[in-house]
Design a protein around this ligand. Sequence first.
Ligand SMILES: [Zn+2]
Length: 251
Amino acid sequence: MTEGPTARLRALQIEDEFKGKEVKDVLVRSKKVYVDPKCMVGKRLEKATSFGKNILLYIGNYLIRVHLMMYGSIRFEKDYSKPFRQVRLALFFKDKNLVIYNAPIVEIGLKGEIEEKLIRSYGIDPLTNWDKEKLKELLVGEKERKIGDLLLDQRIFNGIGNILRNEILFRARVNPERLVKDLNEKEIEAIADFTKELCYRFLELKRSGKGIKSMLLVYNKKKCPICGGGLKFYRQQPNSRKTFVCPNCQI
Ligand SMILES: [Zn+2]
């Protein structure tokens, strides 16, 4: 999983399946468990949501944070569909179980403590704590960094992954190599506005089952949809991520 809206989609799917249902048992394999996980047995899944790329499960006074990174997956199933040794978390419900395989982060603790830590560690997630002025303030504080690199920094752009990063910069007409200190007010505004707009669009498209193809203007494309010229493809440093840029339209 590479984008915040994908984490939100998974959370919504978890709510559709398990919200209000009672946890019958818990199995967890993680070092980041700060409470007895059995405390959650008999309590109900009250809410599932996301913060950036983290998936959050609220059960009673407890909070489970899951980060799938690239390899983790979530399944709703009665029996394990993958090898048992890959199970990081299983929440057992009456009919189906919520099973998380291979996720690098599974953290369980008191709700307030985990929330506090999340707020401290992550920046603005358009889907959760949107605050345009705060985002702009965080952004302009990183003067010497390339904007294309900064967009992947979860302490600022919480939930932005590589697809959104490319699409935001193309729409804002900003070259990813530009340093933050060289951006003008209009460009900063455009980056902030498209960050929010595209996160919601991404989520809506995914939620409706359509897929995100229709919103991709440059990601994995060869031609610029504005000027018709060829897009430049390279891996931007220092993040080494796939970067698509129009040399004519993104200055
Ligand atoms: Zn162009």
